[in-house]
Design a protein around this ligand. Structure first.
Ligand code: COA
Ligand code: AMP
Length: 638
């Protein structure tokens, strides 16, 4: 069938469409209803069904002839080590780890936080939770203690599974002090921590609380897969919202399995047995969906890469891995390609490797700028697909579905809505805007399976944040337009979320941290354009009257504060002390105008500004930070 036919089928009869997809999944008990709309606009998929994500990811393949196929290849240029686990070995590790969790008192529905870097034990721990019906919540290693504490308090885990350290180029990140501090800060105290000692930095164990991973694995007995309702949460993954309180995105079990398995063939065009590599981190949604669950549901070999696109040891590491492991599809963020291109613009490292196994490259996490897209296409000679999705959706809203039909590519567009998604661009009043006109991008309800049915413990926030403004639709928080051929162009966010190296950050959350500095009276953070990371956060600080500290000192303290409160991943290094912030007469800070000035974009004096002279002062402060970037070059050009 053509893309159009499949798309129409999914829109006109979603229940049959997704029931067909669900037939390819293992169920202990089939569903009573494919789509339960009895509590619309809160929908549930496959209610009454019982399944298990770990069984579908691991045991099923062992039983069906893939026991000796590599399931997971850990490639760690940062430690110079590697490890391959077959499906049988993965099953054995996971079953044992599940036994450890049971011994530690974890039961179906309990939450387990996983604070681990890109090591096989992180995947084992995730699958072990799924095996016994526990709900995992992986916290990215680049977050600091306070962020971890917020997540501990929100999901109240009985157990935390952690590694002693993570490894960044040239730096060992000791996790144990961060974990200890987080537990100190949190109101909820998890009973036990299962700690994996890595040789690069050993954790100091807290007696009575901490349990050694290896010792526990030796003593435990294996635990089997537990049938769980399809509507039970598989995991919670926190993502930035508009405040310092992150949103706990819930993924349900049945819908998650059905949709992710469907995407492997239909979007990525991979067959069971193929090697698939998502160069992301298990702490992000891309890691959950495409390092762990989807490739394993589909019987693929997945690669777990502990390294960076550049510097571990050089910009050829991606090509080495593709050639060495026979990778068919690579999925990463555009920022990784910009980093590689910067160090190897001529693609000399690309040509050192035989990349004939590579069939396509998929990019997501931020818009792929046409320059990066074209460079990747030229260097690799394979289709380069930009696809758009979010933590909330778990898989792509828009993509070029290579397994169905390779549609013509339009640079700057993630192509068309994937079957299951019906998109519109709406104006402020909720009217559909015409082709080419920018509006809020929204998806018609019900969302397809595998998207988020709720936010953890925050049903009202789910409704208020996503469903309230445009009744009958899910508000993506992205703005963009749809052209006359149905191609979608995602241009910007409609809220305060910014995208830094493919990582999602809330400027509101950064502002909350800066405002907590005793010398800061007021502040504004905006995302300014950056040629490598897409955006970088930049803070403007107004000091309290009477503060006579050197401005440089306050800036340094603020930068340190953000690093300590949110973590290095915030990449907050740009801040200036300003006398005042530009505001409208009603007191709204004009962040958008400041951003335009910083980006060197065209801007108009807002009619509602209370004091136009402030913008000159702001421009002076931004110039002091080197913004607009490239300004000196422009001035020196003839
Ligand atoms: N644990 C601890 N610290 C971490 C971390 C982790 N897991 N990940 C990143 N950090 C730290 C980095 O060490 C860096 O610290 P520094 O300020 O001391 O240098 C800081 O957080 C910012 O990291 P990052 O944004 O990753 O920048 P970078 O300069 O180290 O690397 C890129 C730049 C482009 C190579 C890198 O961002 C990258 O590979 N991006 C791909 C993004 C991605 O996979 N996104 C997922 C969506 S698909
Ligand atoms: P996250 O939840 O961290 O995956 O971030 C989701 C956000 O990243 C989206 O809402 C978009 O703003 C942005 N994003 C992700 N992929 C794309 C893409 N292909 N094109 C444009 N924006 C994207």
């Amino acid at each position: 069938m053509s893309f159009d036919e499949i798309y129409r089928y999914a829109c006109s009869d979603p229940e049959s469409f997704w029931a067909d997809a669900a037939e390819k999944v293992f169920w202990y008990r089939k569903w009573d209803r494919v789509l339960d709309d009895s509590q619309a606009p809160f929908y549930r998929w496959f209610s009454g069904g019982e399944t298990n994500a770990c069984y579908n990811a691991v045991d099923l393949h062992v039983e069906q002839g893939r026991a000796d196929q590599p399931a997971l290849i850990h490639d760690s240029p940062i430690t110079g080590t590697g490890q391959t686990l077959t499906y049988r070995e993965l099953r054995d590790h996971v079953a044992r780890c599940a036994g450890v969790l049971v011994d530690l008192g974890v039961r179906r529905g309990d939450r387990v936080i996983i604070y681990m870097p890109m090591i096989p034990e992180a995947v084992v721990a995730m699958l072990a939770c799924a095996r016994i019906g526990a709900i995992h919540s992986v916290v990215f290693g680049g977050f600091a203690s306070r962020e971890l504490a917020t997540r501990i308090d929100d999901c109240r885990p009985g157990v935390i599974v952690a590694a002693s350290c993570g490894l960044e180029p040239g730096r060992v990140v000791a996790y144990q002090p961060l974990l200890d501090r987080a537990i100190d800060l949190a109101r909820h105290k998890p009973g036990r921590c299962l700690v994996l000692q890595r040789p690069q930095a050993r954790a100091e164990m807290t007696p009575g609380r901490d349990v050694d991973w290896h010792a526990a694995m030796e003593q435990a007995t294996d635990a089997d897969c537990v049938p769980v309702p399809a509507t039970d949460p598989l995991y919670i993954l926190y993502t930035s919202g508009t405040t310092g309180q992150p949103k706990g995105v819930v993924r349900d079990t049945g819908g998650g399995i059905v949709s992710l398995k469907w995407t492997m063939k239909n979007i990525y065009n991979v067959e069971p047995g193929d090697v698939y590599w998502a160069a992301s981190d298990v702490g992000w949604v891309v890691g959950h969906s495409y390092i762990v669950y989807a490739p394993l549901f589909n019987g693929n070999t997945t690669i777990l890469f502990e390294g960076k696109p550049v510097g571990t040891p050089d910009p050829g590491v991606f090509w080495r891995i593709i050639a060495e492991h026979g990778v068919k599809v690579l999925f990463t963020a555009p920022t990784a390609f910009r980093a590689i291109r910067k160090e190897d613009p001529q693609g000399e490292h690309v040509r050192k490797h035989d990349l004939s196994c590579l069939q396509s490259l998929f990019l997501a996490g931020e818009r792929t700028d046409p320059d990066t897209l074209n460079w990747a296409r030229q260097q690799l000679g394979v289709p380069v697909i930009d696809h758009w999705w979010q933590t909330e959706t778990g898989w792509s809203i828009c993509a070029n579905c290579l397994g169905i039909e390779h549609l013509p590519v339009k640079d700057g567009s993630p192509t068309r809505p994937v079957p299951g998604w019906q998109l519109q661009a709406l104006d402020e009043a909720g009217n559909v805007v015409g082709p080419g006109t920018i509006g809020s991008l929204v998806a018609r309800l019900p969302l397809p399976p595998g998207t988020f049915p709720t936010l953890w413990g925050a049903r009202d926030r789910y409704f208020d944040s996503y469903l309230k403004r445009f009744p009958g639709y899910y508000e993506t928080g992205d703005a963009g337009y749809i052209d006359e051929n149905g191609y979608v162009f995602v241009m910007s966010r409609t809220d305060d979320v910014i995208n830094v190296a493919g990582h999602r950050l809330s400027t509101g959350a950064l502002e909350e941290v800066l405002a907590s500095h005793p010398d800061v009276a007021e502040c504004a953070v905006m995302g300014v354009n950056d040629p490598l990371k897409g955006e970088l956060p930049l803070g403007c600080l107004v000091l309290s009257s009477g503060v006579d500290k050197a401005h440089d000192q306050v800036v340094k303290e603020c930068i340190r504060l953000v690093r300590e409160a949110i973590g290095p991943v915030a990449a907050f290094k740009l801040a200036a002390v300003v006398k005042r912030l530009p505001k409208t007469r009603s007191g709204k800070i004009l962040r958008g105008t400041m951003k335009k000035i910083a980006d060197g974009a065209e801007w108009k004096m807002p009619a509602t500004i209370d004091d136009p002279a402030i913008l000159d002062e702001i421009a002076g402060s931004l110039a002091g930070l080197g913004y607009p970037a490239g300004r000196d070059d422009d001035q020196s050009s003839p």
